[in-house]
Each structure stands twice: as C-alpha cells, then as structure tokens.
Design a protein around this ligand. Sequence first.
Ligand SMILES: [Zn+2]
Length: 658
Amino acid sequence: MTHSEAASRIAKLRQAIDKYRYQYHVLNAADISEAALDALKHELYQLEQEYPDLITPESPTQRVAGVALAKFNKVTHVAPMLSMEDVFSATEMGEWLARVEKLAENAQDYVVMPKIDGLAVSLVYEDGKLVSAATRGDGRIGEDVTMNIRTIESIPLTLLEPIPGRVEVRGEIYMRQADFTAMNAARTAAGEEPFANPRNVSAGSIRQLDPAVAASRPLRFFAWRLESDLGQRTQVESLERARQLGFSTPPFVHAKNFTDIKQYFAELGAERASLDYWIDGVVVRVNNLAAFESLGVVGKTPRGLVAWKFAPEEATTKLESVDWFVGRTGVLTPVATVSATFIAGTTVTHATLHNADEIARLGLMLSDTVILTKAGDIIPKITKVLTELRNGSEKIIELPVNCPVCGSPVIRRSGEVALVCSNKQCFAVASEHILHAARAFGIDGLGGKIVERLEEAGLLNSAPDIFRLSVDEIKNLEGFGEVSAKKLIDEIARKKSIDLDAFISSLSIRHVGAETAFALATHFGTLASFIAADKNRLLTVPDVGETVADAIIEFLQSEHSQKLLAEYQEVGVTVKEAKKIEQKLAGKKFVVTGTLATLGREDAKDRIRLAGGSVAGSVSKNTDYVVVGDNPGSKADDAATLGIPTLSEEQFLRILGE
Ligand SMILES: [Zn+2]
C-alpha cells in the first residue's frame, strides 16, 4: 500500500467508525456489532502504526468512549470512571499477569468475574439515601440518570446500613436473558418491533428522559466495586461489603494464579450460552486494594484490571473471490473466499453465500470489505457489505453460464432462486472422480461419505481441493472432531508426493485403468513427457490402442485437464518419476491370489521380486496391485473393498513385458 492509498483508506475507516460508534454508543441502535466495529478500529490502528504521520487528534483511536448526551444533566465523577484494557489470548493474559506481579509485589491473588455486557453506572448515597446515579460518559463527566435508576428494583434506595456521609458504588445495569425473551415475545404479540439484544435495551432504557420507560423494563443491577473507603482492604471484602449494604454482586472466583484464571475462563466460556445474562469475557482484578492503587493508571485504564475477552464471533475482512460448488441435487452454491481472519477462535478463509439472490441482496462485489458472522454455524456467513469503504476497484460478481465442475450449461428453473447444472449426473460424477483420486493418492480415511459431505459443505469441487482442506474448516462438520480432523489433514499432507502411475490413474481418463496407467508411466517416465505425448507416441506404448490413445489425447487437450493439472501444481503435489524399465516393479507391493493358468503362484512371486517389486500375504491399503487367478479367495474381495487395482494373469504378464 502506498502512502496516499493508506491516507485514503484511513479517511474512509475513520468516517465509517465514527458513524457506527455514534449509532452504538450514543443512539444504542447500531447496524453492526461491537465486535465488527472493533475489527474496523483494529485495522485503522494498525494502519496508523505503519503510517504514524497520518495520526490526527480526531482519529477514533485517540479517544476513549462516548460523550454525554446533551439532553441530560451532566455529572462530574469524583474519581474518574476508567475503562479496562482488553486482552484476547492466553498469551496476552499471561503477559499482563507477569507485568503486574513484577510491578507490585503484594499483587498475589485476583478476583475473576464474568464481564457482563450491560451499561456501567455510578451510584452515590448520602447518609444512606440514593441521591445520584450517573453513566460513565467520557469517564470524567457522565449523564445524570437518577430518575431512571430509581425504577430498578435491584438497586436499594436506602442502604441496609445507615452509613453517614458519601458512599459510592459502581456496577452494571443489565437484563436477564429470560426477561429479555419474554419482553420481546410480548412486544411481537403487540405488533411492536422486537429489540436486538439485552445490552441495547439496558442502555436504551437508562438513557430515556421519561422514567416510565425504564420502569416498564425488567432491568437489574450488579455491583462490582465499592468506590468509597469503608475499611475494605481487598476486592473480595469490597464485594462482601456491597452485599451487606443491599446490593447484588456477580458470581466470582478468588484466583491464586494463572492456572485458576485459565480454568475459570474456560468454564465460563463453555457455560456462556446457558447463562442468564450476556457476557463477553472475564474481568480480572488485583485483589489487594493497596497493590491495585500502587499499580496506578496508564492513559485511561488502571494497570491492576484487565478484561480477557472471548473470541469475537464477527470480524471484517475482504472478499477475494466467489467460487461455485455443485450440490447433490445439481444446485450451484456460491462460496466466498476471503482474506484470512480470526473468528470465534479459528482462522477463516471461506464464507457461505447461500445462492445467487443472496449476492444481489447484499449488493456484494469482489474486493468489498465485508462483515463475517459466525453464530453457532460451521461456516461463517457474509452478513453485510461496508459499501462506504469502496474505492472504485470493486468488480461485479459474474454468475456462471457453464457449470464449473462439468462444463454443462447452467439453468435457472422458473420461480426458483437457485442456479442448477443441467447435467443430472454432475454431482455423482464429481464425487466419483474425487474419490478415485483419493484412492490413487492412497489417502486413508477419505471415503465416499466423507467426500460427499465435504462437497456439500462447499470445500471440495475437484480432487486438488483435497490438498486445500484445513483442520479449522472440517473439525465442526458432522462426523469430525478436532482430533479426527487433524488426523485426516496430517494424512493428506503425507500423501502429497505420488508415483507417476498412480497419478495418471488418479486423473479418471476414460479407458485408462491401473494397468494402462502403469504402462504409460514406465514408458514416459515423467509427467511432463506424458503431458506432451502425441497420438503416434502413445500408440507405441504396450496396452495402448486407437481408442485409448484418442481418449488420452482428448483428455490432455481439454480445458478441464489443464485446470486440474494447474491446480495440482498450485496445491504443491509432486509427481515422482517412474522407475527404469529393468526395475519396472520397483517399490510396488503385490498380493497374488487364486490359481494362475500358466504360472505357478510361487513363480509369479519370483518374477515380481526379480522386477524389483515385493509380495505380501494379505491385502492392505499399502498394496499396489492384486494379481487374481481362478477361484480367488477373500483377498480379491479385500482388494475390491479397499479400492486396490486388480490384474488378471494376462495383464500381469503384459506388464512384465512377456
Ligand atoms: Zn455440472
């Protein structure tokens, strides 16, 4: 990116961030989630780090939070309401702990609690009576929302202990999931718009001028800090004291070390969906208040406090290309390839687009900046296009006219949104070719059912796609887990190098079975020389007649084969040179079964060994060929089950050149 391109991108990002920030923090009605907004801010931050001369005081990276709404009275906080530093990984969390323990020797234990996604407020009591409640605002000056706060029944209007003077308590306004669901059901029944999420309702209700609105909503309050000094020495005591005064406090654990913190983070993450309130991580605070104070404040965040966030389920990224996959019923599904991004703990490079109408509905173009959402889905969706970030280089997404798999015309049945391949055999043939290639490469664990599942998930279009699969993409598919996914991907990686005969066999060329593939490989020696073959040369190969030669030429000249070979090269498959004629069976593993007409079975085995091959007693996935005579035993069945090529005695002798 040049300096002027960076300047243009930065300007567009700032405009977009400011628009969404205003919607999210001031109007409480955002078109995009906080996670997506964070992703845009992160991109801006990184660009500014790269081009520091482009940083201006007005940049969203240079401010901390929202501004008080003009219509409310303003309240100056006695002590600023600071925000929290966020960390996003165990590594960053560990670094925070190491830093804290280095700076403050008395920081030896921590209070860890859920980070509730609500609205932070400060409550002030005079002589035990609630006199003022304020939002965080910009941290220094907040909004006076006392009238609304008084409507929340979980907030005491009078403290349980008549403490003289000023007492300040800070905490979070939130809504229970069950209350939120019931309230939305009632709204829908009354013909009103349901709310987007509990956080928006909490914030929106508190920032209403009419307290009747807040009163009508089932809001609750958790106290997370006693701000005034009532003799407490630790955060644990602070929470106990708050409960004694009549407040509800969030659940927490008293952690002694990093292991405790990690364990709680993992447990809470697993329970997250079933909790009765929305959380987006855990808050870790130094328990010893003297240590907390001594650690001080950096910018707007105290050093003794950190939020360890769960992996966000949304991110922004760039659309790189759209590919079309054929499903079992012949329907073509568009799948987006996007610049790699990290969502919900995994790296994502693909997103589903459902159908051609979805592309039109989103108004999606190539090179667009998009929002990816992953909410319990296996493959994330593109949910929004940030059109304001376009720079004119975006291109229209062309709908396919011919099937990308078989080349047949694409049709659109009347009244249906889906594009369909007109070749009814398309999916079955594609599956068959992929499965055949998987066997030729000797990939263990990639059977017919799995191939179909991967095709339907839009991960396999052609055999070379096998080598593009990743653990992250398949681990959530039916029948897979983290361990089995890794096992398959490792197996595929091990099979990236292939013998020439097996490779020719993998191409599914008409009339070219295992035996012919072997003859071609020993004749041509290298893939390059095979690809360059003309018909006359092919006719000199034993076992190749007019029909076979024509089929090979037709294949080699087709667009399909050129694409296939280019893709194999692109994914890094290497094709080994074939062994010299004299040792034509070198490295090949044979099994011989049944009665051979002219050769004795031992004789056949000797000839195999003489030509450099080896002979095994039973058929396994490592067997290359099974020579089958009359009245074969179960070994012939084993060969069929495992997809191992079989040779008749006649074919076997021809391979040996006899
Ligand atoms: Zn097709």
